[in-house]
Design a binder for this molecule. Structure first.
Ligand SMILES: Cc1cc2nc3c(=O)[nH]c(=O)nc-3n(C[C@H](O)[C@H](O)[C@H](O)COP(=O)(O)OP(=O)(O)OC[C@H]3O[C@@H](n4cnc5c(N)ncnc54)[C@H](O)[C@@H]3O)c2cc1C
Length: 353
């Protein structure tokens, strides 16, 4: 019988496992193995560490090793509104990093006394009177393990959430497609592209060493065609897309209402993107993963087992305010008229470029 089983060793699950008391019997499960750059091992990501995530690392007393950072470090975003044909630059304070190395670094920080099962997939769970039976599959072998607490940290398409809270309203799910291209020039900015013919969310270009990432968060219907249209438009803007290295796709959540966020009840909890936490305006998710996992770790360590449910849900209510601010900001980015007005006003933009 485990005290806690965590499904998912992304930033949320790894941070929770790292912080949990050594007195607890903890099992961390992931379908990845964090050994090398394979398609399954690498989480699809823009690899930009936002100021909110940097603040979380400061609060956690952690500094980022240099080896995780990649060139170039960028100080501006070029925002292109293809519907209104406006281009502006804005100052930004992101760190450009390698997502595979980042996840591996977080995973490697987990102490040895936490049991880890890699290459293992969570397939379902069953609530018993005083425990939860967790079903796992590893190399075609099915197994069942018992735990007092189950934590879903398994990201945007969470199987734990599907197993335990499927009836709960889910955030809207987009399909994000991201391609890597060889590039001969180093962009001194990254790009955010708005075009409602492609998506009601946004698309991006991010330079990484001698490549560029071209990505978009797309409505699931017709996503592939829309991505092709984006590439045609970017070629017309002068981007050289002749040297494709890889194409990948995954789901990304976009909570429109706070009621779509579910932290779990009784003894099955959700942290990070599995709960629905991610910025609905920028799709930044790492700060939310670190925040929710840190809060849950503190509660599990310091409170009575029976109170975890109530205190975790109460503590996470503080997130509602942050999410509400993001919902207020969203129309200025995604409403055609408001975005046009904001961009034309040049408010907050970098002048002289
Ligand atoms: C294209 C794209 C670009 C993004 N860019 C950025 C960015 O630049 N900056 C930023 O802050 N955020 C970005 N995000 C969001 C960010 O990646 C996520 O919000 C963040 O990774 C959430 O962390 P997490 O730990 O909750 O989940 P994840 O990082 O998704 O980790 C989930 C873990 O669970 C494992 N898992 C899933 N299902 C199972 C299962 N059934 N059994 C076992 N293991 C399982 C996975 O292997 C994974 O290790 C981006 C997202 C996408 C899709």
């Amino acid at each position: 019988m485990y005290d806690i089983i965590i499904i998912g060793a992304g930033p949320a699950g790894s941070n929770l496992a790292r912080l949990l008391s050594k007195k607890k019997k903890v099992l961390l499960v992931d379908r990845r193995n964090f050994m090398s750059y394979t398609s399954i091992n690498e989480k699809l990501c823009g690899g930009l560490l936002a100021p909110d995530a940097q603040l979380m690392f400061a609060k956690l007393n952690l500094s980022l090793p240099n080896s995780i950072l990649v060139n170039p470090q960028i100080f501006a975003v070029k925002t292109i509104d293809l519907n209104n044909n406006i281009k502006k630059y804005y100052q930004r304070f992101y760190l450009n990093f390698d997502r595979f190395k980042f996840d591996k670094w977080m995973f490697d920080m987990i102490p040895d006394d936490i049991e880890k099962m890699v290459n293992t997939v969570f397939t379902g769970c069953r609530k018993e009177s005083n425990s939860i039976t967790v079903k796992l599959r590893s190399q075609d072998k099915e197994m069942e393990v018992e735990t007092k607490i189950l934590v879903g940290a398994d990201g945007s398409n969470s199987s734990v959430r599907k197993s335990a809270y499927d009836a709960y309203k889910w955030p809207k799910q987009y399909l994000s497609i991201q391609e890597v291209y060889k590039s001969n020039t180093i962009l001194p900015y990254y790009l955010a592209i708005f075009d409602h013919c492609i998506t009601d969310f946004y698309s991006w270009i991010i330079p990484k060493e001698d490549t560029i990432l071209i990505g978009s968060a797309l409505n699931r219907d017709g996503a592939k065609e829309k991505f092709e249209l984006l590439k045609i438009k970017l070629s017309n803007e002068g981007f050289d897309l002749s040297n494709l290295i890889s194409t990948k796709g995954t789901f990304i959540n976009r909570p429109i209402r706070n009621s779509e966020i579910c932290y779990g009840r009784k003894n099955i909890f959700l942290i990070g993107e599995s709960s629905g936490l991610i910025s609905p305006s920028s799709a930044e998710g790492i700060s939310y993963a670190l925040y929710s996992s840190s809060i849950l770790a503190n509660i599990i360590k310091n409170c009575n087992e029976n109170d975890v449910d109530e205190i975790y849900n109460k503590e996470m209510k503080k997130m509602n305010f942050k999410m509400t601010l993001k919902h207020i900001k969203s129309p200025f980015m995604y409403n055609n008229f408001l975005r046009k007005t904001a961009m034309k006003s040049s408010l907050l933009s970098i002048k002289g470029l």
